[in-house]
Design a protein around this ligand. Structure first.
Ligand code: ADP
Length: 166
């Protein structure tokens, strides 16, 4: 096994926000390679298709990986711990915003640790300037015609406006 530290940052990314990008930027200080696992999550009724979410994430994340050597964006629709094993990942990375995130994350981390105790989950606290940003609220604001330019990249903003036109 290589001694490369491989992390997985899983989520729905519907769509990717500057909050997600901030976590990716900081996660790269901890791992050598980061796999962004875009969950198909059909049950959550995402606004964007899996392909669109992947494309937006790839576009937004090239800024952190201009040589294409340390970030990989991939779809997954099975158990996170199986995905982690396939990717030879040692670490799952998650972002934590408010206490409201904590309960769910705590339970999920506990279950995942039971499934595979060799993979650690590491939490990065949302930074002050990003802690209120969520994909859900960005979509609601876009739907109501509000300004989303400080929450998402201009490419994502354009797609959101097109998505909710009419
Ligand atoms: P999920 O559907 O799993 O909640 P998301 O795409 O909403 O997926 O988020 C993926 C991860 O990114 C989660 O750990 C979430 O807490 C974290 N995250 C989302 N937005 C932010 C933010 N603004 N700052 C820090 N972490 C965030």
């Amino acid at each position: 096994m290589s001694d490369q530290r491989i992390g997985i940052y899983p989520g729905t990314f519907d769509p990717i926000t500057t909050g997600h990008c901030d976590i990716v930027r900081r996660a790269l200080k901890i791992v050598d390679k980061l796999v962004i696992g875009v969950a198909s999550n059909a049950g959550k009724g995402p606004a964007f298709s899996l392909d669109e979410r992947i494309e937006m994430a790839r576009n937004d994340l090239t800024q952190f990986d201009p040589n294409g050597s340390c970030i990989e964006v991939r779809a997954f629709d099975h158990l996170l711990m199986h995905f982690a094993e396939e990717m030879n990942a040692n670490v799952i990375l998650r972002g934590l915003r408010a206490v409201s995130d904590f309960d769910f994350e705590f339970q999920m981390t506990g279950m995942n640790a039971r499934l595979n105790p060799d993979v650690e989950t590491v939490f990065l606290m949302a930074s002050e300037s990003h802690q209120f940003i969520s994909s859900r609220f960005v979509k609601e604001i876009a739907q109501l015609g509000g300004d989303i330019s400080s929450f998402v990249s201009s490419e994502v903003a354009t797609r959101l406006v097109a998505r909710y036109r009419n």
